[in-house]
Design a protein around this ligand. Sequence first.
Ligand code: OXD
Ligand code: MN
Length: 597
Amino acid sequence: MKFENKQLTDNKYVLDWIQECAELTNPDKIVWITAEEEQLEELRRQACETKELYKLNKELLPGCYLHRTAVNDVARVEARTFICTRTKEDAGNINNWIEPQECYARLRKLYKNSMVGRTMYVIPYAMGQLGSAFAKYGVELTDSIYVVLNMVIMTRAGAAVGKYLDEHFIKGLHSKATLDPDNRYICHFPEDNTIWSVNSGYGGNVLLGKKCFALRIASYLGRKEGWMAEHMLILGLQSPDGVIKYVAAAFPSACGKTNLAMLIPPEYYKKKGYKIWCVGDDIAWLRIGADGRLWAVNPENGFFGVAPGTNEHSNPNALAATKSGAIFTNVCHDLGNNTVWWEGLNDNPPTNALNWKGEKWDYRTYDKNDKINTSGAHPNSRFTAVAKNCPCVSPEFDNPDGVPISAIIFGGRRAKTAPLVYQSFNWQHGTFVGSIMASETTAAAAGAIGVVRRDPMAMRPFVGYDMGDYWAHWLEMGKRIPNPPKIFHVNWFRCDDEGHFIWPGFGDNMRVLMWILSRCENKAEARQTPIGYVPYEKDINLEGTDISEQTLADLLSIDTESWKDDIANIKEFYALVGDRVPQELKTELDALEKRLG
Ligand code: OXD
Ligand code: MN
């Protein structure tokens, strides 16, 4: 099998692997992605010709395109995601597992001749800054132009990566094949540095640099090599004196992670000269620096954000990032001016539009109880945007050493159980706090109230090995970091008895970040409670808000009864994780139970 253009490496290991995949999938052509503008423009042209992409209004959205996935292929599919370690125990009880040889054999049948009549694109890419200590390299083989164009935004891809490819690179094979949902597989072979994804065309399943590599495979490598791959945003908070402190924060899906990463400070702080810088909105790779602190990079190069709900008020920075060079997936197509729209963008839905399925859409049929069938944009519709197009992207974004982390923040969506913010007693207790992270449906969301889903460190779907071993790795890292970040937990979603949120969230979350950083600098006192350190009310600045002191007191109160109920649920979850839960965490759980009385 011959390459159409000049190959980007002579490494035999890489070339043999490509050859092997080409023999299996049998493409008509093989093309190396250099990511030169001329090449990308030609691919965009081809994709528009086949209606894989639609070119949007050149004046209003220059360089932007719309893509629709298959109607049955609109989200990550955890049930079809597998960690294929040699023993089931190493994948753990939380992950789906298939024995690797069996999995390769099963998937080979699906890949067989799947690229006949198609081109195989060879995308060399880096996660992290090329040549840096943090960087890792991969190649994704794919039969999708949409994947190529997204990978070029989301990773550092192209010709410059070629010289870094050696036998350690991550081998990613993706084929849309027939998009058969019953034969859709997203499989990880961490012991072989391999990812195989077949029968999907949706971002989270097919942009292999993101969840598959930068979280699942990287978490496995991080354990082996002594670093951490986490589902965390990274932001810098700059004070009026110009000093910037960095925090990394993990939240389960639908908790406003991208919004927090790009937060606009409330007027009160803005006037004083405070500013937030976004280093990353989804993934952090963390290493111990020579100075004994924990340093973080965002290994990605773009944002793959949820579109619905993004607007001028919730996240003007994300919106600005989508104004040029972006790819929109499964949003509503406004035919009036050839732009895009989604629920929550503004109050003016287009009157001449196609919905996310490409059907003529009448906004008056919208029913919030049946969003999938009646909304203009799919609830999980996305924008892929170049990070550098975000007005608040950090000047440290490309710093190969990353940024030093002062605080790690875990968050959940809890109606009652967790207060607005609390600080763990130490790293071990902080690891425990991360391990019991959870989100629960509140009255403000559709569905039953109080259904708890445990999502430790927001990594439940993303740990590439056993969850108990992952927690042990956290504890181990804590012992090795001479000057570790302090660990906190926040809950923006506390509700009153009628189920209304009592904290305004968005920009006002800055007030909580300020308390967190003052704790890191030993500048604020705190009240010791059974669950951790909680702020004194006087230390949360409410200037410029209409939040009453009573509301703040409610936000900071500990609901002992709901914590006691939670203990039973945590025990059940630890039992599910199984016998590799570290003893230290069980000890923390017992201690919490005792302190609650
Ligand atoms: C994401 C997710 O898409 O966490 O970032 O699901
Ligand atoms: Mn995510």
